[in-house]
Ligand binder design. Sequence first.
Ligand code: ADP
Length: 192
Amino acid sequence: MSARLVLLGPPGAGKGTQALRLAERIGIPAISTGDIFRANIKDGTDLGRQVQEFTSAGALVPDELTDALVRDRLLHDDARDGFLLDGYPRNAAQVAALDAAMAQAGTQLDAAIELTADTDVVVERLLNRAAIEGRADDTEPVIRHRLEVYRAQTAPIANLYAERGLLVRVDGIGEIDEVTERMLTALAEQIG
Ligand code: ADP
């Protein structure tokens, strides 16, 4: 199976973990904007310097930077026949930018998977992760802000995809394997 997919869901819903697993099972690259930004910050690139103030505050990186990054990444050979975007799009303008990039390439999305999890669970997971991974944006005030940005800007885009008949909702609570299987089953029902 090949597919062009986006993965939505609140911070802490397990998107990163599930994106890698799902992409591997389908045989497509998982493309995480958050991972790309963190790698650039770590390597001290120009892009890293430009985005750090936003990621460390839990704010969205400006659309121009993010849209250009994704547009370029989708032109790589490995993404020609399919991809799973993790953490993009995150607001309505990014949905439009992705539509435009895909229209230009003569392709379209097959599904938008929303991984759902309740706020109390995600805050706890993120605080635990902070202790383990030491991610700079996993402090409580920044976590709260990321969740607020999600609620205000990202959660509504699930409706845009639902209106197009592309939305697949999957419960993100449960064992890691179980959630991956749930996603594969729901996806197979959606795209065959
Ligand atoms: P999480 O979903 O746990 O908040 P991510 O790794 O997806 O973590 O994102 C970390 C940070 O990277 C975000 O808080 C934001 O600053 C930035 N970022 C990632 N994706 C985007 C995007 N599509 N648009 C703008 N900023 C983004």
